[in-house]
Design a protein around this ligand. Sequence first.
Ligand SMILES: O=C(O)CCC(=O)C(=O)O
Ligand SMILES: [Fe+2]
Length: 218
Amino acid sequence: MTASLRDHGDGAVAASPTAPATRRVRRDPFTWAVLEDFFTRERTDALASSFPSQGFRPAGTSSKLFHVRSLVVDSQVVTSAGELSEAWQDLGQLIVSPAYRARLGSVVDRDLDGLRLDASLCRYPPGCSLIPHTDREQRDTTHVVYLNREWRREWGGMLRILRSDDLEDVIEEVLPTLPTSVVMVRSDRSWHAVTPVASGVTAERLSLLVHASRPDVA
Ligand SMILES: O=C(O)CCC(=O)C(=O)O
Ligand SMILES: [Fe+2]
């Protein structure tokens, strides 16, 4: 698969039918990529405009819980997706399609066939964060799609790609604005975190989280 992609040093690759037109894949200390064009701006705009506020449940492990709502469970679009906008229903169908799986896998040169896909909408109000973690071992690849039209660094809620389990050992900080998305391949070195959303921020940090996991695990 690698041979079909032309690398331009900065990690950008030539467009191909299955891969995004640009990508920046890093292999050290684990495989991750920031993508600006996995989904079009039109699509992410439509998703952001119709991001639901109902039907969420609390989740997380820190003192301040964030909110999640399932879209895809075990590679099936959930029935409650019928309450969502056309843009969200369409995205659910896309995520369970072989095309999405193939395209996501092609970004990081992985075969995601046979893995189960789960997707959830996430809302992080002020105070929410994720401490440094590598993701559970059963997770293979994660795709995080940011759906905030406006976000500022000083609002917190930055994804930090880390070199170790130390929150300050930062390789890169990613601003969670659309149409950016991030792909991470889980390993014992795939340390990352989300810094706390600052108090007083009136917006919630909105995202879609997709996991490709080994099928034996929920
Ligand atoms: O929202 C993000 O930027 C990352 C989320 C994440 O790492 C997770 O849910 O495991
Ligand atoms: Fe994570």
